[in-house]
Design a protein around this ligand. Structure first.
Ligand SMILES: NC(=O)c1ccc[n+]([C@@H]2O[C@H](COP(=O)([O-])OP(=O)(O)OC[C@H]3O[C@@H](n4cnc5c(N)ncnc54)[C@H](O)[C@@H]3O)[C@@H](O)[C@H]2O)c1
Length: 426
């Protein structure tokens, strides 16, 4: 296998294309976003992913990575396009339109012996029921004339370059021969163990991984709501419960974001709603957290006498140390606060663009009535609350991530499950 087309130059496709090119493959990266294609070509494309800049520039300099708006003939096609969830009724369902378009684009270039790998996260049976009819449009038969496999991606943003190479992979082939063809390709750059299965199992495995995380986070979040009613510190309860040798409860937070954990469980619910009650409830618990945080803020501001107030929101990303704001609970909280008339000031040193004007830390905090910590970026952990609250009109801090517990130890009082810091020189 020499030439590989990668459909979608996003968080997954771009690093994968760079790694493949640096391992000696001839790679064509395809994206419908022409601006992105131009930026990659000219070396001006930026993504806050350690090591990506270097990997990309060496792949492009070597001449082995080219980018284009259109695919062309190749030995293998990797589909790495978005698969968001869209609202339907009270829940969400998968939007496979990007997979549809990517498959339509590659179908005319498929030749006998080719390999097509779907890396995008999809509901079970998508390869068979959705993808195959599109790919077979040119007359070739999947599993007979060309190979088809699902190889779900499980990288962690911030570590993508390492994990694309180091993680174990699950490869699900439509037939054992399809799985072998995909395993041969992935075996040429993956250093983890490759596990072979069928495509439907691989599709479900990916969803199960993220649903497992979602259910466990929901348990911690539900505990935080129970503790709020009881005026107890949820984090202390969890820490003490975790002293049991077989208990390992996660931390509560302001909600679950990102394009994976907040999305993928819905694909299981969509496939079998009758039997996925726990998974669905977990989604609902986690989705309810932003409104709970807003309630905490309302209580604190009402107590301060400044309502509506100035709220300095620290962190906009969906999780720590990334610039990605997709499905970010922080953004949802900020929109809700704005809707209630509060003056939302956004600060995030990692995020480059978001629907709010991003401010410098001190500008956001000066004259504020509340610091609302929404994301546990590493840089936030060392902030001096004594100093920051000294700049505020009302020195209150709600830490939804529990990163400032030590600093707050002597000054905290609990308003529900959040810490309200009564420090500073008001
Ligand atoms: N980002 C992650 O950490 C992660 C982890 C595991 C799985 N996934 C899954 O991988 C898939 C891709 O995610 P991502 O984060 O890379 O998405 P992304 O939004 O960062 O990138 C997708 C890219 O595909 C392009 N695109 C859309 N339609 C196209 C088409 N028809 N042809 C060519 N390009 C097209 C978009 O312009 C975009 O640049 C999704 O299914 C996601 O759930 C992502």
């Amino acid at each position: 296998m020499k030439k590989i087309v990668v459909m979608g130059m996003g968080y997954i496709g771009l690093p994968t294309a760079a790694v493949l090119a640096n391992r000696g493959f001839e790679v064509l990266g395809v994206d419908i976003d022409k601006k992105k294609i131009e930026a990659i070509k000219s070396g001006t494309f930026e993504m806050n992913e350690p090591g990506l800049g270097e990997a990309l520039s060496s792949a492009i300099k070597s001449g082995r990575l080219k980018v284009s708006a259109r695919p062309e003939e190749a030995d293998a096609f990797l589909i790495c396009v978005p698969t968001p969830a869209v609202a339907k009724g009270a829940g969400k369902v998968s939007d496979l339109s990007y997979v549809d378009n990517a498959a339509m684009a590659i179908a005319p270039f498929l030749k006998e012996g080719n390999l097509v790998v779907l890396e995008s996260t999809v509901p079970p049976r998508t390869c068979r029921k959705f993808l195959i009819p599109i790919l077979e449009g040119g007359g070739l038969k999947a599993g007979k004339d060309f190979h088809l496999a699902h190889c779900p991606e499980r990288v962690l943003p911030g570590r993508i370059l390492h994990e694309v190479v180091e993680n174990d992979r699950v490869i699900g082939g439509l037939t054992p021969k399809c799985a072998k063809a995909a395993a041969d390709l992935y075996g040429s750059f993956c250093e983890g163990t490759i596990f072979i299965t069928d495509d439907i199992t691989a599709e479900l495995v990916k969803l199960v991984e993220n649903s497992y995380r979602d259910v466990n986070i929901a348990f911690a979040n539900e505990l935080s709501l129970i503790c709020r009613e009881m005026h107890l510190d949820a984090r202390e309860v969890i820490e003490l419960a975790n002293r049991h040798p077989r208990v390992n409860i996660l931390n509560p937070g302001p909600g679950v974001g990102g394009h994976c954990i907040a999305v993928d469980p819905w694909f299981i619910v969509e496939s079998d709603e009758r039997n996925s009650k726990l998974i669905k409830t977990a989604r609902e618990v986690n989705d309810s957290m932003p409104s709970n945080v807003v309630d905490e803020v309302e209580v604190a501001l009402a107590a301060s006498g400044y309502h509506p107030g100035n709220v300095a929101c620290l962190g906009v990303a969906y999780k720590n140390d990334v610039e990605d704001t997709r499905e970010s609970p922080a953004l949802e909280i900020m929109f809700r606060l704005q809707k209630r008339g509060h003056n939302v000031r956004a600060h995030d040193p990692i995020v480059k663009e978001c629907p709010f004007d991003l401010m410098e830390l001190e500008a956001a905090v000066k004259g504020a009535d509340l610091i609302l910590l929404l994301v546990d970026h590493t840089v936030f952990k060392g902030l001096d609350l004594e100093y920051l609250t000294g700049l505020m009109r009302t020195p209150q801090v709600i830490d939804t991530r529990g990163i400032w517990r030590k600093q707050m130890e002597k000054k905290e009082r609990y308003v529900n499950n959040a810490y309200v810091f009564q420090g500073g020189k008001s």
